[in-house]
Design a protein around this ligand. Structure first.
Ligand code: GLU
Length: 509
């Protein structure tokens, strides 16, 4: 048998914003495809129209573009298997459902929702959960229990029906999973799942299998929550007579909450102190906003790196990986079976690493729009210098303004706690004299300002700290900020003197 070309797909349903776990699934698919010179496909699985959420598909495309995943084929790029949106492929699926009926592996079912509800209730009353399957199907209203004529009549009369798979009674179904090994499931545990709905659309199971087959998918890499569906899919490949084209399966471990208690779900929203979505999302009906990694100041390369490590490891000490390096190193063999706990501190560490690695010029491009939004004029050179000073102390892109605003706007008020701790009774007098020293300097560099301050405190017979603490409050507005003299030199002599004057007049203890 010739080796199949590697073709993988990411197949989200547009039922809301993509969860960060979904981004990881897409990433692993991408890494696997690129490592093997294969294709990466985006297919939108929207056959459940009741769960359709406007804007979700656009969100998915934008989020994956943000993290740098490029598709070879898909809804937004086209390709030889277009359309890639299942709702536009509806005519494709029916013939496969018919094939299953013809070879007696599926049947029509006419039970109404009320009838199904009633029988469920009866079973519950007897403490036996109802399952439409081998044990019960012969008591139901379907083409196995009705005569051929009755079935034909009902269909001709336009009575609603679904098509269900006929699960074998007593069979062991084997799923070969590249991560989990051999998974055996007894068919008695499965039910006669609906494959085709009364609205004329297939369900996820049928559409997924048919499209993976038609799109020549070689590997299905998806979240563990789909493992219970895999035996059904294996049966579908067999019953459709396409078993030889069945893709290989790899079910990825769950992403867990930081304490390991349960999976990280969309509902966790911002509750845990970090976003669960790649980009900010506004719910179209409730208008509720959930934060995203992008808007929270994460760098996309850091998000890729941290997601890669949630469920996979390279087997070496190396932690920082570019996309190219991930492609080289990735393998499904090194994906773990155990769930991966989200670790916020580690996520911050990754972001800090990537932020510090960026050049000042690159960060300038990232921060510039903020100056326009805030209506602040400054020169690129000045901003770059400021970036150089604060970069090491930033974790998120969004920290920039908080850590550097005083370089652009002189303080008008002073942090209470800093004043209480650092502003002494003699501070105004000391700083007034120091300002005069600075004002008289012909050249105001960091080094020269430092020397001048040194001489000043020696003459006054006070410690450097005493003068510097108050000076910091005057310059920054609080007891924070980078190296004092570099900061003063950057602000310049006039601005330094002006800020001291203002503080002397306005700081109230
Ligand atoms: N449409 C499914 C989802 O929303 C895809 C599962 C699969 O990859 O087979 O996750």
């Amino acid at each position: 048998m010739s080796e199949k070309k590697v073709r993988v797909r990411f197949a989200p349903s547009p039922t809301g914003p993509l969860h960060i776990g979904g981004v990881r699934t897409a990433l692993y698919n991408y890494l696997f495809a690129k490592k093997h010179g294969g294709d990466f496909i985006l297919r939108i699985e929207d056959t459940d129209q009741t769960r359709f959420v406007p804007g979700a598909e656009e969100y998915i495309v934008e989020a994956l573009a943000w993290v740098g995943l490029k598709f070879d084929e898909g809804v937004h790029v086209g390709g030889p298997h277009a359309p890639y949106r299942q709702s536009e492929r509806r005519i494709v699926y029916r013939q496969f459902a018919d094939r299953l009926i013809e070879n007696n592996h599926a049947y029509f079912a006419f039970d109404t929702p009320e009838e199904l509800e009633n029988i469920k209730k009866q079973h519950e009353a007897n403490k036996q959960p109802f399952q439409y399957g081998p044990a019960t199907r012969m008591q139901m209203k379907n083409s196995l229990t009705l005569s051929k004529d009755e079935v034909a009549q009902k269909i001709a009369a336009g009575e609603p029906y679904v098509i269900r798979i006929k699960i074998p009674e007593n069979e062991e179904i084997i799923v070969h999973d590249l991560i989990r090994g051999i998974v055996k499931v007894q068919s008695a545990l499965l039910d006669d799942k609906v494959l085709f709905k009364s609205d004329g659309l297939p369900t996820y199971h049928l559409a997924n299998v048919v499209d993976d087959f038609l799109m020549q998918i070689s590997h299905v890499i998806r979240g563990e929550e789909w493992l219970p569906s895999a035996p059904l899919h294996v049966l579908l490949y067999r019953y459709l007579g396409i078993e030889n084209d069945m893709p290989q399966f790899a079910h990825l471990p769950l992403l867990l909450k930081p304490d390991g208690n349960g999976k990280l779900s969309k509902r966790d929203g911002d509750r845990l102190g970090f976003p669960v979505f790649p980009l900010q999302w506004e719910d179209p009906s409730s208008k509720e906003i959930s934060s995203g990694y992008r808007e929270s100041g994460y760098i996309s390369e850091a998000v890729v790196n941290l997601l890669a490590f949630l469920g996979w490891n390279p087997g070496t000490e190396q932690e920082l990986f570019s996309m190219e390096e991930l492609i080289q190193s990735f393998s499904l063999e090194r994906v773990s079976k155990a769930g991966a706990k989200f670790d916020l501190e580690k996520a911050k560490w990754f972001n800090h690493q990537y932020l510090s690695k960026k050049s000042n010029a690159e960060l300038l491009e990232i921060f510039k729009p903020m100056f326009i939004i805030k209506g602040i004029c400054s020169t690129d050179d000045y901003i770059e210098c400021v970036i150089g000073l604060v970069k090491e102390r930033m974790i998120f892109i969004t920290d920039f303004w908080e850590k550097s605003s005083f370089f652009f706007i002189a303080p008008e008020s002073f942090d209470e706690k800093s004043v209480k701790d650092k502003w002494k009774d003699n501070s105004p007098a000391l700083l007034t004299e120091l300002a005069a020293v600075f004002a008289s300097m012909p050249e105001f560099t960091a080094e020269k300002a430092h020397d001048a301050a040194n001489i000043f405190v020696q003459e006054k017979q006070i410690g450097m700290g005493q003068a510097m603490n108050a000076l910091r409050v005057a310059i920054v507005g609080a007891a924070t900020g980078p190296d004092m003299f570099t900061m003063l030199a950057l602000l310049g002599k006039e601005e330094t003197v002006r800020r001291i004057d203002f503080a002397v007049k306005n700081v109230k203890k």
